[in-house]
Write a protein that binds this ligand. Structure first.
Ligand SMILES: NC(=O)c1ccc[n+]([C@@H]2O[C@H](COP(=O)([O-])OP(=O)(O)OC[C@H]3O[C@@H](n4cnc5c(N)ncnc54)[C@H](OP(=O)(O)O)[C@@H]3O)[C@@H](O)[C@H]2O)c1
Length: 323
């Protein structure tokens, strides 16, 4: 049965990231305010950043640029938005107060606007003792009214249930879980997977990398130039196996008169997840608008699910995701 479609948010990982995204401040920064304004005008209500975004000298740049862009919006447009960041459980952040300074620094970079703080990844695989105190510490900050909402990221169904129960005992709720979810990363759909658990527990599911780093836009092919660096290497490996998916996406996108990018976002929504595509140019917002205006039929969603399940390749899983 189809579920009510959630919204579309926006991701900001590329802002300040040279290594993966080829960030160029002179080229990228001047259009970010306009991109955020266009996204809000198109109906985006959720913006996602992280304190670990920004490489080298650009550390913290994503939060800074987002803070500036949100502050530049007219006051009535700032209302109703959720500005979220993710705090990284670096090894030197431990104990119940391990995030206190990080949260204050993020809030300052965001010019004071922070509605939701998320634990960026689970430490269950390599430092299981670290996760509990840090999450309970974030709970303390919510309880004290320092930040309104709490979210988590890169956590599997088992730990999600556990943390939901433990925080619920304190009267706290997990607002959202953010995981990789796209037509090339379908693990959340598995029986008993996070999609099911989020629905059962009333937790919003946020789909990160919903375009598989841009591969699902249909823009890239082995015949043309590929992005430089690790994205190009990944696309070269995945593209040869994508023909059946690309053919079906092209057919459905044409039927709905939307781009393939919009179709990839619509598919996430049709499963009840809010995609947060990485946006850095005004024209990329067109796909968001199209996705918000599109409802996939159940049979269309099922066909996409079936083709995605038969593919021999998928996006690499985040190594810090827990079960
Ligand atoms: N929690 C986590 O651990 C985690 C991990 C990864 C990402 N995230 C969050 O999720 C967000 C989105 O994921 P992502 O940035 O990894 O990848 P993504 O959204 O799957 O892909 C972003 C790419 O899509 C392309 N794109 C965007 N709009 C387009 C359009 N309309 N037409 C064609 N191409 C378009 C961009 O192109 P250009 O290259 O041309 O700009 C960019 O390359 C991140 O920004 C971040 O906020 C969270």
């Amino acid at each position: 049965m189809a579920v009510e479609a959630p919204g579309v948010g926006a991701g900001t990982w590329a802002w300040g990231n040279r290594f993966l995204w080829g960030y160029e401040p002179q080229r990228d920064d001047p259009v970010i305010e306009a991109t955020v304004a266009a996204a809000v005008a198109a109906g985006v209500r959720f913006f996602d950043s992280a304190d670990s975004y920004g490489t080298g000298a650009y550390a913290g740049r994503s939060e800074r640029l987002l803070g500036q862009a949100i502050a530049a919006l007219p006051p009535d447009q700032r209302q109703g938005l959720t500005v979220a960041t993710k705090l990284a459980p670096f090894p030197w952040r431990w104990g119940r107060r391990g995030f206190d300074r990080g949260l204050a620094a993020s809030r300052a970079r965001l010019k004071g606007r922070l509605d939701r703080v998320q634990l960026h990844w689970s430490t269950a695989r390599y430092a299981p003792w670290q996760e509990g105190p840090l999450l309970q510490g974030l709970g303390d900050l919510v309880e004290a009214g320092v930040v309104p909402e709490l979210g988590i990221s890169n956590m599997g169904p088992r730990r999600l249930r556990r943390w939901h129960g433990l925080l619920q005992q304190r009267g706290l709720r997990i607002s959202s879980l953010q995981v990789q979810f796209s037509l090339l990363a379908t693990e959340p759909l598995a029986p008993g997977g996070v999609l099911e658990v989020c629905r059962e527990l009333g937790i919003e599911l946020i789909a990160y990398s919903p375009l598989a780093l841009g591969l699902l836009s249909g823009r890239w092919s082995l015949d043309g130039p590929l992005p430089s660096g690790p994205r190009g290497t990944l696309f070269r490996r995945l593209l040869p196996a994508l023909k059946p998916l690309q053919t079906l996406m092209a057919e459905l996108a044409a039927r709905h008169q939307i781009s393939q990018t919009a179709l990839a976002l619509s598919w996430c929504r049709s499963h009840g997840a809010m995609p947060i595509p990485g946006l850095r140019r005004v024209e990329q917002v067109d796909a968001v608008r199209e996705a918000l205006g599109c409802s996939l039929r159940d049979d269309e969603r099922r066909r996409l699910d079936e083709v995605a399940a038969m593919l021999k390749v998928s996006m690499p899983a985040n190594p810090f995701s827990s079960s």
